[in-house]
Design a protein around this ligand. Sequence first.
Ligand code: HEM
Length: 208
Amino acid sequence: MLRALLAKHLVVIKILLHSLALLPLVWLAWQTYQQQLGGDPVQYLTHFTGKGGLNLLLITLCVSPIAKTLRWGFLLQTRRLLGLWALAYALVHVSIFWWLDLAGRFDLLLSEIVKRPYISLGALALVILIALGVTSFNHVRRKMGRHWQRLHNWVYLVAILVPIHYYWSVKSGLVEPTLYLILAGFLLLLRHNKLPISISQFSKREQI
Ligand code: HEM
């Protein structure tokens, strides 16, 4: 009954998800306007938007397992909007770094990407995310045929690259990036049904 009700109100769920994704950015803009970003505002903005992108990416990857386990197929239709929000946060993250840390100099951004391995990984993740974002629309999907799924499986590489980018960027406080790495690894194993209890087994048990 709940499933039918939620499926019927998918538009409401989508509006809610858009609002929840947008709200932190509005809050961040307000905090910036109020000059309440602490002693190092640029670092605060970079960290906030980077973490936002990573969280949204992992939430996107949680949708399929949840939809399969609960047999809520309609939830799959929220993946694109969540993925695009992850891309939006990543773009804001890089723009802040480029604009405020590197004074908008493209040559400096390129040399950072070449010189610092953790930035190279971030850049690779961003390029893949952009490719996934621009091909996420239905008409492109139809045109790409079976190549579409192959390309979109790269999202799991992004889910591993970004926590490594995070882990590598911090000098101390490794617990949080390590937890993100474990979560990303868990989602990857779940996708390939490599866990002792896979989703399909779980669903079968539910049927019994
Ligand atoms: C060209 C691409 C990228 C550049 C230049 C870049 C740059 C940076 C920089 C400068 C930092 C902060 C390092 C420090 O505190 O010293 C950082 C941290 C981070 N970035 Fe990126 N990044 C890129 C791509 C991405 C992408 C695509 C994501 C996520 C989808 C991401 C997520 C993060 C996260 C989660 C952190 C750690 C935040 C924290 O410490 O709280 N980055 N990045």
